[in-house]
Every structure is written in C-alpha cells, then in structure tokens.
Design a protein around this ligand. Sequence first.
Ligand SMILES: Cc1cc2nc3c(=O)[nH]c(=O)nc-3n(C[C@H](O)[C@H](O)[C@H](O)COP(=O)(O)OP(=O)(O)OC[C@H]3O[C@@H](n4cnc5c(N)ncnc54)[C@H](O)[C@@H]3O)c2cc1C
Length: 425
Amino acid sequence: MTRVAEGSSAAQTAGVAIVGGGPAGLAAAEVLAAGGHQVHVFDAMPSFGRKVLLAGKTGLNLTHSEPYETFVSRYGAAASHLCKALDAFTPQDVIAWADELGSECFTGSSGRVFPRAMKASPLMRAWLGRLSNLGVQFHTRHRWTGFSDGKLRFETSGGEIFVSFDACLLALGGASWSRMGSDGAWTAILGSAGVEIAPLRPANCGFDVAWSESFRDRFAGAPLKSVTATSAAGSVPGEFVISRHGIEGSLVYAHSAALRDALEHQGSAALVLDLAPGRTETRIAGDLSRLPAKVSFSNRLRKAAGIEGVKGGLLRELVPDISSQPPQKIAGFIKALRLPVARPRPIAEAISSAGGIRWDEIDDGYMLKALPGIFVAGEMIDWEAPTGGYLLTACLATGRAAGEGIAARLTAARAEARSSASRAP
Ligand SMILES: Cc1cc2nc3c(=O)[nH]c(=O)nc-3n(C[C@H](O)[C@H](O)[C@H](O)COP(=O)(O)OP(=O)(O)OC[C@H]3O[C@@H](n4cnc5c(N)ncnc54)[C@H](O)[C@@H]3O)c2cc1C
C-alpha cells in the first residue's frame, strides 16, 4: 500500500483491507499478517476494540470451560454453521492465545474464563502491539460509507478517500452499544447491494415491565438474589435487578432470546420465578398455615419462606391480593410467580445483537456470494449466543476463519495469475 492517511482524496491501494477493528477484524488481521499478507485495518472510531474494552469492565469473559459439545450447542440454530470455525479455534485455543499475549486466564466457579487481570486493556495493548510488529497498519477515524467503482469509500476528517484492495473483510459488529462504534449502518449498504440480512434485534438484553409507580420508586436498583427463573430457555438459577424500566441482569439475559422470540411470535411473554428455590411448595404451604393468624403477612412470608424486601414487594406487585389468599395458593405464587415482560430494552442497551447477514449469503470461506472478494466475520453474521464468553470466542473464531478464507482466495488468484503468465505466448 502506498499510504492511507486522513484527509487525502487520492485513490489508494490496500492489499487486504479490514474494516472494523473489533475482535473479529483483528483476529483476521493476525492470521493474514502472520501469513505474510499486507494488511490495513480501518475503523470509524479514534481507537480499536472499544467494545472489548467495555466488556473488560465486567472482567472480560473470554470463553467458557464447559465440555466442548455443550459449548457449541449454546449457539443454537447457528451451531452447525459456526462449528467449523470453532473447531479451528476452540475455547482452549482462546485461553492459549490470551496467555501468549501475557493475559493468563482463570476459570470462575461458573465455568466462565477470564484473564487474571479481570480487564481488557492489557490484552488489547499486547494484541495491537503484536499486530503492529507483524506489519499491520492501523487507520482510525475512517468511516466506511460503501463502495465506489469497486473501491472502499471512507469518510475521514479531511474528506472522502477511496481505497482499492485485493480482498476486503467487513467486521463491523452488530448494533448494540452504538456509542462504541458498531451502529449497524452497514445493513443499509449491504442490503442495497443485494445481501440478505435478518433484522438486527437486541440479544442479552433487559426488558420493560409495567411496574406501578410505588414499586418502581421503592425497588428500582434492588437485586433479586437466589431465585430460579424459567422460560422456554429452561430453568436457570441466579439473580437479576429491578430497574426503573423493568428487569436487567445476567439471569434475564439468559432468558432474553426466549422472551424476545415469544413476544415476537405470541405477542406476550413471562418469566416464571421461583422465589424460594430451597423449599418445596408443600413445605411453604404447611409452614404458612401453622403460623397464627395474628402474625402480619410480611412476617408470615419471612418465617415460612424466607421472603422479605424486594421479593415480598414483587409478590405484592404481581399478585395485589396475595395476603388474602389461602396458604396453598400463596406457596404456589412463591414457587411459580409469573412476571410478564412488555418488550426488550432498545438494542443500543443490549450486550449483543441477534440477526445479521444470513448464512446462505456466505460461502465456506466467509465470502459474500453477492460480492466476490468481500468477506464478513463476527457479530454482523446471523448468530446469537448467551453471555458466558460465547460471543468473543465466536467473533475471534469467525475472524480467523475469514482470514483463512481471504488467504486462500489470494493464493488461488496468484496461482491463476502465474499460470496465465506462463501460458502467454
Ligand atoms: C457491555 C458489554 C459487555 C460485553 N461483555 C462480553 C464478555 O464479557 N464476553 C463476551 O464474549 N462478549 C461480551 N460482549 C460482546 C462482545 O464485546 C461483542 O460480541 C464483540 O465485541 C463483537 O465483535 P465484532 O468484532 O464482531 O464487532 P465490534 O467489537 O462491535 O467491532 C466492530 C468495529 O467496527 C467498527 N465500525 C462499525 N461500523 C463502521 C464503519 N462504517 N466504518 C468503520 N468502522 C466501523 C466499530 O467502530 C468497531 O470498532 C460484551 C458487549 C457489551 C456491549
């Protein structure tokens, strides 16, 4: 490449142009640069990997230690598409890769894997340093706005520039936390180029709940600890938080795809809560009925079921006449309380996106069938997964797979050029 700089309007040339410097784009850059390719990474933002740095605020859950078959099953319907990339870059490979970059990992009690530093900045710094040493060139503040005569068009602070390329990877992310750079604007560009895209929707997100004003004022911010929540996703123990809008937190995220899909397909959805997972319904009903009638309702809940504070408030919020119900009914509500959700929180607040480029649009090497020479990777493809390190692992794995796809195409193109030259008279 001659030069790619902000402000120049001259057409320029990149060997491999990677647009999007998140984990997927950088993973592809690593494969390609290690293979001797000339790589340029462009990003709209003033720095790279902003969403990964944000993920570092909660410890940077890189991957998961559960058995590999279980791990792959977390990707649901997309598992069959993702498995080749995941087989080539497994959770163990993620751990070894982070270790090589000086970020030794540990496995938490839940099986989730984190760097010991519990943050992303040391890993990102080491990674960008290694890529730089491999010759990767980085270009910040380059917003890709589409194609123009087969070139990439970028908006920069100095005006538009056009970059030609031998191969290009788009790794532009989904549409969650758009402040970090991935705003989903690419859907319009690729959609108009004939690429079929499933609408981007919130994944691993909170939900709105129609709280009464008094419940919201009293309990917003309160955590519901040690509960089990059930939806079509199964029964999961954990905790979540009451927010002013509704509910948030890891237990809600575990159910968010099931709740979102139920809202879309059936028009309604509810999380069913067990507020006292350690006690049976029969035991709670018996303990409630043994308490004298003069004991206040709050004390009965506390003594018979260990329920107080926000748990008691939630029972009253969702079953306003609960105190006048017979013990068996009260016990039934404690063990299976329906919490109806109104809608997912906006995608801008979600941890990740569902939807994206449909798998039919991509060949085995992650190239867009409609746009030969243009590859895609990461969250912009149509897959989703729960929190637990599955997102970063699949972004790294698909980035690497797309890098391999690009390398294979460039090698084939060079071989073809050599053989044409040798056939020339
Ligand atoms: C709060 C939070 C916590 C998270 N925690 C975890 C976690 O612990 N574990 C986990 O596995 N996952 C986590 N994730 C999810 C994970 O960060 C993402 O799935 C992952 O970063 C997606 O990688 P990507 O490379 O596909 O896209 P991104 O990381 O979104 O990168 C895309 C890049 O493309 C750039 N870009 C977009 N459009 C353009 C354009 N037009 N021109 C130029 N550049 C553009 C963006 O600026 C960005 O740098 C978390 C996400 C959030 C929001």
